[in-house]
Design a protein around this ligand. Structure first.
Ligand SMILES: [Zn+2]
Length: 74
């Protein structure tokens, strides 16, 4: 990860990165900028995004780890 400032959803969109959520069951879900924008709004802060609860579509758990990753790692 570079030293780019990522503070809001708008920054994530501008830098073309996505949020990866990894459930405790191992299920991985990725949210791109458009999805984050829809859920949190343009000014939604990254710290809020990372602390938000994401319900796993496989096991229904909300205990997951989040990471901000660049699109190039897809
Ligand atoms: Zn799960």
């Amino acid at each position: 990860m570079s030293t780019k400032r990522m503070e809001m959803v708008g920054d994530l969109l501008r830098h073309g990165v996505y949020l990866q959520v990894t459930c405790e069951c191992g299920h991985v879900r990725r949210f791109d900028g458009a999805e984050l924008l829809e859920r949190f709004g343009y000014g939604g802060s990254v710290s809020v995004i990372r602390r938000a609860s994401y319900r796993c579509t496989r096991c229904r758990s909300t205990r997951a780890r989040t990471a901000i990753l660049p699109h190039s790692e897809r």
